[in-house]
Design a protein around this ligand. Structure first.
Ligand code: SOE
Length: 411
């Protein structure tokens, strides 16, 4: 990839940002205003107030199809204006960056159009619904990089201070040769069979179920922390509840509506798989929405020749570390409270011990992307990283279809 140039003034860039006299702004247009839209709004709104950024994010426009709902979202989350057509948003000269927070079926179309229109792009995970879409997006992002535009995928769990610290500790060699990566992402919001058939349960909209939604996060996090990429997987997947009530009743527009007013669940409810890293380390993964009592339990443990690290999203200000070189008599896992100013991201936040939460990952994501744009360097995770995760997802599905046959990851 060529060296990106600084974004040119004229397309809305280079203007002083409101509230930060003298600093150029980065005018954001966001598509989508549900859960992820709210989370990203929080990130854009806060990043420039907490971190010393060379460009100030401005919440320029939010976009959604329902005019009343999107206007309400604009007011609630602090956006300057609202649009009801993403094409109109992308056509605007005063938008520098398009942030895609829609279901996966529209990621590719919006990202390709935004890149073609000269915008930087942030796209929610998983990058796309298929490998083919992700390939097209990656090619377009690499071409756009040569024109000074940057594109990033929103794997926000890389931006928890404790996971960023874990990455640094693995990279410093504190674990030595890696043997095991054990990772689970457990939720329980589908346990009730009467929970309606929302978009996340329809393949044509979501691409896959727990696999793409939760599995994509843990594949990315495992590879990021390990510092290497999976070469093959063996998988099992299951859809436990195959039909669910329609959210809008029998008239919801779905093709697969049965006589009793339910619709077919066309994605997986759970995915369990093992994987191999090129170093020889073995990995295990579990992604489910049926782990009764588990709300957002992402846990990862890495065991190496010299030590181990463990992280639990439900205790996200902590990292467990065992140094295997300590004398056995007093060795053991110890808790690092990741709230010190010399921990990742924390020099800008509260005094030690005061702690951060889920929403701060989106503030850090916005901060990292703004820094990358200001410096004209490729942010991580790139679209190429998102494509590689998409290939792992595809290999998991292929393996599960063949009843867990070991399936190499395409490169
Ligand atoms: C699913 O329940 C979900 O909202 C994911 O889509 C998000 O990516 C994850 O951060 C929380 O859970």
């Amino acid at each position: 990839m060529g060296q990106p140039q600084q974004p040119e003034a004229g397309s809305g860039t280079g203007m002083p940002g409101p509230g930060t006299p003298g600093k150029p702004s980065l005018r954001v247009g966001m598509v989508g205003y549900a859960f992820m839209g709210a989370a990203h709004s929080q990130g854009w709104r806060t990043a420039g107030r907490v971190f010393d950024l060379t460009r100030t994010p401005v919440l320029a426009a939010i976009c959604g199809r329902d005019a009343t709902a999107v206007q309400a979202a604009a007011e609630r989350h602090g956006w300057e204006s609202a649009e009801t057509d993403w094409r109109a948003l992308i056509a605007r000269d005063d938008i520098d960056l398009v942030d895609i927070c829609t279901p996966g079926d529209s990621h590719a179309e919006i990202a390709l159009a935004a890149l073609a229109a000269g915008k930087h792009v942030l796209c929610e995970k998983p990058l796309a619904n298929t490998v083919e879409e992700a390939e097209a997006m990656t090619t377009a992002a690499e071409e756009a990089y040569g024109r000074g535009q940057l594109a990033m995928v929103g794997f926000n769990y890389r931006r928890v201070p404790a996971t960023a610290l874990a990455r640094n500790m693995v990279a410093e060699g504190r674990l030595g040769t890696l043997r095991h990566v054990r990772v689970t992402y457990l939720q329980d919001w589908l346990v009730d069979p009467e929970f309606p058939l929302t978009w996340r349960l329809r393949k044509e909209l979501a691409g896959s179920g727990s696999l793409g939604d939760l599995g994509a996060h843990i594949i990315d996090l495992a590879q990021y922390l390990a510092g290497e990429q999976l070469v093959g997987v063996s998988a099992l997947m299951e859809t436990f509840v195959k039909e669910r009530p329609l959210p809008g009743g029998p008239t919801s527009g779905l093709s697969a509506v049965s006589a009793n007013g339910t619709g077919q669940v066309t994605v997986d409810d759970a995915a369990v798989f093992t994987g191999r890293f090129p170093s020889g380390a073995l990995a295990s993964f579990e992604a489910t929405r049926y782990a009764t009592g588990r709300k957002n339990a992402l846990r990862i443990e890495l065991n190496g020749e010299l030590g181990s690290i463990a992280f639990d999203l439900e205790r996200l200000n902590e990292l467990s570390y065992h140094d295997g070189r300590e004398p056995g008599a007093h060795a053991g896992f110890r808790r690092i409270l990741v709230t010190e100013p010399d921990h990742p991201y924390l020099d800008a936040w509260w005094p030690p011990g005061h702690g951060l939460g889920y929403e701060h990952t989106f503030v850090h994501q916005a901060r990292d992307l703004v820094h990358a744009i200001a410096e004209g360097r490729q942010p991580e995770p790139s679209f190429a990283d998102g494509l590689q995760v998409q290939r792992v997802l595809a290999a998991v599905e292929e393996s599960a279809e063949k009843n867990s046959v070991y399936t190499p990851i395409a490169v």
